[in-house]
Every structure is written in structure tokens, then in C-alpha cells.
Ligand binder design. Structure first.
Ligand code: SAH
Ligand code: SF4
Length: 444
């Protein structure tokens, strides 16, 4: 599908930046992020007869996604000869961790370096954030380096360097997080200091929430279900595609990556525990339900087209009415599988009580959750966060309309780790520290 790109950067409030940076694959690619079919194909090129490929794929899948294995040598169920051939042509590499920050509240942020287009240019970097809470622990994953869209309140939108992440780089964020958290099955990675496992105390399938005035933990993705695939005691219970980038502008790679993460014989995270957030790429919303089947979050942020055109310029292409229609028609939407509407609280811009009333009115009839997000300011941002009092009043209107826990508490503020405001201004580690960190992360 041709989404179309506005090349004219001089026009006021241009919708998209162009062009995308190109991805140059490494000479020796990683098996992480290949679909089962692609793995079978890779095995075929290594001379594995067709009849044996399915079984070999199954073995590799287990080593990669259940055990988190980082060397072919450790794959004891795979023949020595095949291990050697795999070693010659492939790696099990994940994105390189160049910095790790741990917030006082347990939030962790990893800065990851990815291969860039030209040697010597600024490296391609994304961030990935881990947000543990009492009943869940969420990993916030990026889909692009930067973002071609230009939402006026978003720091990622100001970054000029943009490229789509590969499925391996998207799945790789989950792999890195599990490496660093010692979260592999029978893992020999020791748990990190102060790291407890998250108990699974989720309500059952389809259970309705009771509205509560208490602020929920960040982020509050939809789908509170027991984990599939023996997920008891896992350190990552939920994934949100709310890091850098617009996931629906990188649809195929995001789809392949999320289907790998949800695969019942691998990482096995229930699709109800995976939430994809979009600024409103209407033509891709139905496919998201059909081909991924994850939970959906919509960055709404305004109740009129006039204001949304300014905050989320993509609204000029896909206005609110079209977006809400796509939500009503979202495959699988129901009261047990609600769509989350995100609403960033901007002082004096979108935070009046009239806005709150209009918000609940416009969502009538859509199985919805509402997340009010306190605006996270960044140097040079033109907005301020609404006063807490105003957020409370706004939230009361939303609450009285029957929506639970509408305010998302900012987390990891000391390390600038809020989802949607991921920054690369992280303190860089020295080369030696980086190597030590890498060794720790990569050693079995
Ligand atoms: N591109 C996608 C997903 C990444 S942004 C999207 O726009 O939905 C994830 C969420 O963070 C979005 O709801 C986005 O609007 C929000 N966000 C971006 N910048 C923010 C900021 N400075 N403060 C609070 N929320 C922000
Ligand atoms: Fe891109 Fe989302 Fe930021 Fe908008 S809010 S610029 S779509 S990352």
C-alpha cells in the first residue's frame, strides 16, 4: 500500500518527513527475527534436506526463543556439523547495548545501537524501556529509529534520522531485555540485584474491571490475562509498541516480530498482552487486527480535527471520524478487548472540562479504555503539562462516564524513560564498560 509521503518540508505543519534511511544488512545475519518459513529456507541453503527442516526449525526455535541461547555451540540437540555450518553463515546477535540506566523506581532503560547506512555517520540508536510493577512488568519497544511523523508534542518526531527496524531488531529488544533481566527458561543469567519476579495475579479472561480512582501504573495496556506457555514468574508480562516510531508505518516487520514474540513454542506472550500504539494510520488498522491480533491503542490527544491536525499532523490525512470508524470496526474488538485511547494532557491546549465531556461523548459505543498521559516536557518543547488539579478534574469527568483508572503515572522520570518520549541523550558508557556490559549480556 502506498501511504504517500509529503516531501515538502517547507509547508507549515508538513505531515511526514522523507526519505527513510536504508537498512544495510550485516554480512553475517542473525537468525533472531526470522519467521519459521525463513528459518527453514536458511536451513535449506545450508543443505538440510527438506524432510528434516521442520524438525530443525523446531530445535532452533526452542534454543533461540525459550532458552535465549547466544551461541550455536550450546545447541546440544543440533548436530555438530550443522552447528558449524550455522556458525559460518549466521549469528544469534541481538542489538548492541550501549547504555543501561536504572531508575529509583525500578524502571530500566537500554540504549541500543543498530547498524547504520554509512560508516562514520551518527549511529542508529533506539531505546527500550522496562517498567516493572506489582502485578505486571511491561516492556516498551521501538519500531523505528526516529519517526517520519511530526507530532508537535513528541520528541521522537523531531529526530531527522529515520529508518524502519527489521523484525530481528524488534524481537531483539525483547531478547536484550530478557538477557539483562536473566529471564530465560533455565537461564544461567543470574537475576540482577534487587530484581524480583512478578507474580501473576491477573484477573481471568474477559473479566471486567471495576472503575477505580487510583492512578494506574504506566503503561496500562489492555488485556489482563494469565500468561500462555507457562509464563508464571516471568519478568516481562506485557509488551507495548510505544517506543520510538510509528509501528503501522513499518507494518510487515512489526507484524512478523510480534507474531514471533507471541509464538506459543517460543517467547509465548499472549497477544492480549501485546499492545500496539498508533497515531492513527487508518488504512493499516484492520490489518493489525487480522494479521497481528494484538490489542490496539490510539494516540487521540484531541477531540476536534482542528486541534488534532496541529498535534498529530497525520490527522489531515486520516481525520477523527475515519479513525473512530476504523476503531469501531477493529477485528476482535469487544468489551473484553477494548481499544485504549491515549490522551496527553497539555496545559491550556486540550485539557478543558468541555474537552473531557466531548471525549467521552465521541467514544460512546466503542469498547474503550482511556489513558490520560501527563505531558513529558523535553528541551525546546512548546507545551506544558496540565496542572495536576486540572488532570484530576478531567479524569473525574472520564471516571464518571464509567472509565477505569484513567491517569497513567509517569515512571522512570529520573532517567527520562517515559514511553513515547524516549531520548538518546543518555549518558554514554565508555568502550570498556560497554564491552563488559556486552559480555555480561551475551554470556551463557
Ligand atoms: N507512534 C506511535 C507510538 C509511539 S508514541 C503513536 O504515536 O502512538 C507512544 C505514545 O506516547 C503516544 O500516545 C504518544 O502520543 C505519546 N507521547 C509522545 N510524546 C509524548 C510526551 N512528550 N509526553 C507524553 N506522551 C507522549
Ligand atoms: Fe511519531 Fe508517535 Fe511521536 Fe507522533 S507521537 S511523532 S507518531 S512517535
Amino acid at each position: 500500500m502506498n501511504i504517500g509521503v509529503d516531501h515538502d518540508r517547507s509547508s507549515p505543519g508538513f505531515v511526514e518527513k522523507a526519505p527513510l534511511e536504508r537498512y544495510v544488512p550485516p554480512a553475517k545475519p542473525s537468525l533472531v527475527g526470522l519467521t519459521r518459513a525463513q528459518l527453514a529456507e536458511a536451513l535449506g541453503t545450508l543443505g538440510v534436506p527438506e524432510g528434516a527442516r521442520k524438525m530443525r526449525v523446531q530445535q532452533l526455535w526452542h534454543w533461540i526463543y525459550v532458552r535465549g541461547t547466544t551461541s550455536f555451540d550450546a545447541m546440544s540437540s543440533v548436530s555438530k556439523d550443522l552447528r558449524a555450518r550455522l556458525e559460518t553463515h549466521y549469528t544469534l546477535a541481538r542489538p548492541e547495548v550501549v547504555a543501561e540506566q536504572i531508575s529509583v523506581d525500578g524502571t530500566r532503560k537500554w540504549l541500543l545501537r543498530l547498524p547504520g547506512e554509512t560508516v562514520g555517520e551518527r549511529p542508529h540508536e533506539v531505546e527500550c524501556v522496562y517498567i516493572p510493577d506489582t502485578d505486571r512488568a511491561t516492556l516498551c519497544v521501538s519500531s523505528q529509529v526516529g519517526c517520519t511523523l511530526n507530532c508537535t508534542f513528541c520528541h521522537t518526531g523531531t529526530q531527522r534520522l529515520v529508518r524502519n527496524l527489521t523484525p530481528g531488531e524488534i524481537v531483539g529488544q525483547v531478547m536484550v531485555a530478557r538477557d539483562r533481566l536473566g529471564d530465560w527458561h533455565s537461564s544461567s543469567h543470574p537475576p540482577l540485584k534487587g530484581e524480583g519476579r512478578i507474580a501473576n495475579s491477573d484477573p481471568g479472561r474477559g473479566q471486567e474491571e471495576t472503575p477505580t480512582r487510583h492512578a494506574s501504573a504506566v503503561p496500562a495496556p489492555a488485556g489482563d490475562l494469565p500468561l500462555a506457555g507457562g509464563g508464571k514468574g516471568r519478568k516481562i508480562t506485557n509488551i507495548v509498541m510505544m517506543g520510538m516510531g510509528e509501528p503501522l508505518y513499518n507494518f510487515d516487520n512489526v507484524r512478523d516480530a510480534l507474531n514471533i514474540v507471541a509464538d506459543g513454542e517460543g517467547i509465548s506472550l499472549s497477544k492480549r498482552r501485546i499492545t500496539l500504539s498508533t497515531s492513527g494510520v487508518v488504512p493499516e488498522i484492520a490489518r493489525t487486527g487480522d494479521e497481528i491480533g494484538c490489542m490496539l491503542a490510539i494516540s487521540l490527544h484531541a477531540v476536534t480535527d482542528e486541534l488534532r491536525n496541529e498535534l498529530v499532523p497525520l490527522n489531515r490525512k486520516y481525520p477523527i471520524a475515519d479513525l473512530l470508524k476504523a476503531c469501531r470496526d477493529y477485528p476482535g474488538v469487544s468489551n473484553a478487548r477494548r481499544i485504549t485511547f491515549e490522551y496527553v494532557m497539555l496545559k491550556g491546549v486540550n485539557d478543558s472540562l468541555a474537552d473531557a465531556k466531548a471525549l467521552v461523548r465521541m467514544l460512546k459505543g466503542i469498547p474503550a479504555k482511556i489513558n490520560l498521559i501527563p505531558f513529558n516536557p523535553w528541551p525546546g518543547s512548546r507545551y506544558e503539562c496540565s496542572d495536576w488539579e486540572q488532570i484530576e478534574k478531567f479524569s473525574e469527568v472520564v471516571f464518571n462516564a464509567g472509565y477505569a483508572s484513567p491517569v497513567r503515572t509517569p515512571r522512570g522520570r529520573d532517567i527520562l524513560a517515559a514511553c513515547g518520549q524516549l531520548k538518546s541523550a543518555t549518558e554514554k558508557l565508555s568502550a570498556r564498560e560497554r564491552m563488559a556490559l556486552r559480555a555480561m549480556a551475551m554470556t551463557e
